[in-house]
Each structure stands twice: as C-alpha cells, then as structure tokens.
Write a protein that binds this ligand. Structure first.
Ligand SMILES: Cc1cc2nc3c(=O)[nH]c(=O)nc-3n(C[C@H](O)[C@H](O)[C@H](O)COP(=O)(O)OP(=O)(O)OC[C@H]3O[C@@H](n4cnc5c(N)ncnc54)[C@H](O)[C@@H]3O)c2cc1C
Length: 397
C-alpha cells in the first residue's frame, strides 16, 4: 500500500490549508443544523463559499450548480482530513445533498436534475426521507403507503414514520406502492413529494435526546404530479437502494472516528478524579486502548476501501462494515467519555459542568440512533454474513 501523496495532491492540500486559514473567521465549527435562524443564514453563506472554491459539491456538474471538478478520491480524502484537522464544518450535508443529489445524478431525468440539484446543494431546499412505516422498517419493501393514478397526478394515502427533519423539510423523497398487484419489490415507485401539498400532516416524535428530530407523516388524498417519479414507475426499489448506499457512507467514516477519539483523549487527560487523572485509571486506560485499536483498524479498512475505489473495483459488503463498525465505535467512544466524567457525566442542566457533559450525552444518544437508522446493526450483519461470507441464509418467516 503506497501511502504517499503525489506533488499535485500535496499542492491541493496546501491550497485547502491556506483557504481554511484565510477564512477562519467565517468558518463554522459544528455540524450544521438546517433550522437554526441566523445560524442558517451563516450556514448558507459558508456553503456558497465552499461551492465557489470547490470544497463542497466539488464533482457536481456546473450546469447543476456544482463546482464541476473531475472525480478524484484522494482530493476527497484530503478535504476530509484538512477540514477535520481544522475542526471546521464541511458545509451543508444530510439527506438532500448527500443522499438525494447522487441518486438524481444517477437516475433522475434532466428536468428533475435542473429543478432540484442546485437549490439542494446550496441548502435552500431541505429534504426528508419517507421510507419507514409502522409495518416496514428492516423489511422496507413491505411499505403500504399507496399512490393511485388520477389524470396527471398520483393520489397518495398512508403513513410514514421516523421521518427525520419532516417538520422542516420542503420536499420528501419517498418510497410508495404504485403497483399493488405486482410482487413486493416490483410494486414500488420513488416519488418526490412537496411537503406543503394539502393532505400532508406532520406530527413530531420526541426522542431521548429531549428534542423532536423525527416525525410521523400522514398522507390523506395527497396529489403528486406523475412527473415527480424518479426513474421508471415500479423501479423504486432499485432507486431507493442507491439512496441507501449513499446514506450508509454518510453515517460513519474513519476521519470522524479519529476526531472523536482525539477529543476523548483530551477529555481523559483533563478530567481529574479522586485517584488522579482519568486517563491514568487502569479500567479507563484499558477501554481507551481497545477503542484506539478499533479506530486504527477502521483507518486501515477505509484505506483498503480507498484502494478499491481508485482501482475502480467494487468493495462488496466491505462497504457495509464501515457503517456497522463505525457507528458502534462512535457510540462506545461517547460511552467511555460519560463513564470517565463519573457523576458529572449524567448531569443535565445549565451549569458549566453539565454543559461540558451534554456534548458527550448528545453524541452517545445520537450515535445509538445511527446504529438503527439506515439499516440496523443486525440487518447489516445478516447481509455481511449471507452475501459477503457466503453463510447460509436465515430462515424466512
Ligand atoms: C435516528 C433515526 C433516524 C431515522 N430517520 C429515518 C428517516 O429519515 N426516514 C426513514 O424512512 N426512516 C428513518 N429511520 C427509521 C429506520 O430506518 C428504521 O428504524 C430501521 O430501518 C429499523 O426499522 P424498525 O424501526 O421498523 O425496526 P424493526 O424492523 O421492527 O426491527 C426491530 C428489531 O428487530 C431486528 N430485526 C428485524 N429484522 C431482523 C432480521 N431479519 N434479523 C435479525 N434482526 C432483525 C432489528 O435489527 C431491530 O433490532 C430512522 C431511525 C432512527 C433511529
């Protein structure tokens, strides 16, 4: 494995560092929320600057509002490394820019690409993902929300659940049953649904983070133009899986884990307990070393994936390992931080100590959600075992 970068890539790294230095004042530090008033204005301005310099939407063609650079995996790695090192936000991401946009580039028609890609990457259209239903989560192809043809429209009835950001979203990309007589996987279509359409009702669901990040969404005779089907009618399963592939890549990465591990080490060095610094306690040290080994293994895994990508090879189910292991390790990192903070770790409230603990509590609860969202850990293990390792299929009910 050759880990050195070419002079061209080293020059690119220097250019990125210089940009981050020059724009430190406008740079956003945290991951961007889509809802926060003035923070949103700042986020949109930061996003425009990133696109202009090619540090966001880098490979999206210019005609769709992107920077139009040729795909280069090493440039992407350098961007991740340098932004992570500087502790600076990579800009507006999430379900629209990271999941829907690549799906539209692969399967959308020209009108859909021209209408939606540019405002989505600029953060102006917020999207939500309407896949899960009360009876369809792991068994996603069981969705029952139905669309029936009526003139130039479909009329949609049914319910989605766990729909993140539906309360903020302008649009939903949803998996809807359009062919009830077809087999389970063949009867679905991938529909783009404006959230302001009459007949859509969004009801927030509270989570243990204390916030309402996701929702139930009810559809009663909702009219959606037929031209909003992505790909062909009845091909929704294939297209939904393209989106899921991008979702899994989004939920975990070795760069994110390395950043979290460094913050954990810093915390353990700074946290004093009755028996000295937290990092010097054998139990904590033992857990830290195990985590460090797993993060290192993830780095090797991501380099292996990168080599595959550069050679144009398909990584097979190795790609799923990133989501499975990455989300679990992230959760364990936050768990160790909370344990090391001892009683402070579970404090809620406004004091300085509680504030410090809250970041780790939020990380702990959020990463638990990521182990479930985008396909649960158990389902990832099934796929890796059956399709990757060739183990016998589990009995079907
Ligand atoms: C934070 C978060 C955000 C989410 N955001 C969205 C969103 O924006 N849009 C959206 O559509 N959905 C979203 N989801 C829903 C998510 O995709 C589903 O929760 C997930 O697919 C699991 O489905 P389920 O909750 O119905 O659980 P179920 O499928 O009912 O599973 C329950 C349990 O049984 C296990 N299980 C099920 N089948 C098997 C099997 N064959 N073998 C072994 N174990 C099995 C599962 O692993 C799980 O532990 C989100 C979920 C979370 C936690």
């Amino acid at each position: 494995m050759d880990l050195s970068y070419s002079p061209r890539h080293e020059a690119f790294r220097a250019e990125v560092r210089d940009f981050l230095e020059r724009h430190r004042a406008e740079a956003l530090t945290a991951l961007l929320g889509v809802d926060a008033g003035t923070a949103r204005e700042r986020a949109l301005a930061w996003q425009r600057l990133l696109i202009e310099h090619g540090y966001a939407a880098r490979t999206i063609p210019k005609e769709y509002g992107g920077h139009g650079a040729a795909p280069d995996l090493l440039e992407r790695v350098i961007l991740d490394e340098e932004f992570n090192r500087a502790g600076v936000s990579r800009g507006i991401g999430g379900q629209g820019p990271d999941m829907l946009v690549p799906t539209l580039l692969e399967h959308g028609n020209e009108e859909q690409k021209r209408s939606y890609i540019a405002p989505t990457i600029r953060g102006e259209i917020i999207w939500c993902q309407g896949y899960s239903e009360p009876g369809a989560g792991s068994d996603l192809a069981a969705v029952q929300t139905r669309a029936v043809e009526d003139g130039d429209d479909f009329v949609v009835n049914g319910q989605k659940i766990w729909t993140t950001t539906a309360h903020l979203a302008h649009m939903m990309f949803g998996l809807i049953r359009t062919e009830p007589e077809a087999s389970k996987h063949a009867g679905l279509s991938y529909l783009l649904i404006p959230m302001q359409t009459p007949g859509i009702e969004v009801r927030p669901l509270g989570t243990m983070t204390g916030h309402s990040e996701f929702n139930e969404v009810f559809f009663t005779d909702v009219r959606v133009p037929k031209r909003n089907v992505v790909g062909r009618r009845g091909e929704g399963w294939k297209i939904a899986n393209t989106t899921l592939k991008h979702e899994r890549n989004l939920l975990a990465s070795s760069a994110l884990l390395e950043g979290s591990l460094l913050r954990l080490i810093d915390l353990l060095e700074r946290t004093e307990t009755e028996s000295g610094r937290a990092i010097d306690r054998p139990g904590i040290r033992d857990r830290l070393l195990r985590l460090q080994a797993r993060v290192l293994a993830m780095r090797c895994h991501s380099l292996r994936m990168l080599t595959c990508g550069i050679k144009g090879e398909w990584p097979g189910t190795a790609g799923l390992v990133t989501k499975l292991a990455g989300c679990e390790i992230s959760h364990q990192i936050a768990g160790l931080a909370i344990d090391a903070l001892a009683e402070t770790g579970i404090l809620y409230g406004e004091g300085a100590k509680a504030q410090a603990a809250r970041t780790w509590q939020a990380h702990y609860m959020f990463s638990l959600g990521l182990i479930i969202g985008g396909g649960t850990a158990q389902i990832q293990k099934n796929i890796i075992a059956e399709r990757g390792l060739g183990l016998p299929r589990e009995p079907r009910a």
